[in-house]
Design a protein around this ligand. Sequence first.
Ligand SMILES: [Zn+2]
Length: 412
Amino acid sequence: MRILTKLEIIACVFSITSCEPTAEVTEQIVMTDTAEVDSTVTVALQETQPATDTEIPAPTTTAGSAMLMITDAICEELGAHTYCLSAEWPAPPDTPPDWGAIIDYSPEIFCAADLATELCGWVTSALLTAAMEWGNYGPMEYWILGIDKDAGAQLINTFCQRRDDRKQWPMSQCVEHQSAPDGHGFEAYRKIGADAVASGQPSGSAGLNGDREWGIHFFTSSIPLGFTDYFEVPGAEEQKTVFHEYFHAVQHSYIFTKDHKKRDELLGPIWFNEGGAEYMAQIASRKARTSGALEDINSSGRWSFEFRQNMENFMYSGTYNISNTCPGTSLKDLSYENNCNNAAYDLGAWAHAYLAYNFGESVLMEVFLPKVEQLGWEEAFIDSYGKTSDEFYSEFDQFLKLPRSEQMAILP
Ligand SMILES: [Zn+2]
């Protein structure tokens, strides 16, 4: 591909077949997905509008709204950052379309200046592939930090100027929040990547960190290591993470209330929310890899990434952690504060595999999500799966005691 120099404003069209990965082998440590939903921004911004209790129709495809046909990205190096869009769809207008609608605007991807343009294009293509699979919910802003501190500060500046221009967050407050070394601000995400590279221990994190008031799905991500040559993390792992994050946008698109507490309740327990995103991401990214919709990036010389093996690892680590890290804990007790060393994600993915096996793969998206705002989480669960969550927990506990071969047999 062409090399673009900074400060030039040049469009680079990524073809999903022309970006050649250059795998370089370093060392190997299991990378955890620590994605979570942040509430800090929301608290800082103080939601002032009351919840909307009026009946709101579920997201529907608007008349004439196009199906995405290609997942190519167009990227521009803008000096302070790289900006990518779909090669097919334009950026959304400043005033966002109705919440929850399926739209024909592109997600917007912003990458720190120390990240390769190619990397930014790969994230964009993965987002577009997820949108092709589940529907294009938006508008979406996906901000990716590198490891360089100055580049991170530039990205904070770009982000906060945008929020200030749109009267969403005063510049100084935004910069202060995003520059904090802890929490879910840009600097914290930069530090995760920088620390990983410095220590030789791969680690990454991404999260949905926006405010419903902004009318957009806003994500922040640490450097996607599988799209770099720092470690043996495969590109497929990063593509799956993008799918995972994108599924959070799908979940949020069905929740209209602006009341933060009500939104959390409607998302359900962490195992349901995160396990749903993880299971759907695993399944859908496998399908897209198999069909060729997702480009093969950095697989040679890297760790293997395979759906059934990933799920078996989740079962092993999830049950190990429940027994050893937090004995006596059940799925329903897990929270973001106490996720039992990721068991909420690992066993949550299996809980969704179990529900999908017994009730059909489509129930989550076609039955549960369209009803959750109206019925509330528990009633929507009963309506979708024919049992209370407590009944499900007892049943699933029995499933966890089955021999591994019987557990694996439910996987599609
Ligand atoms: Zn997540």
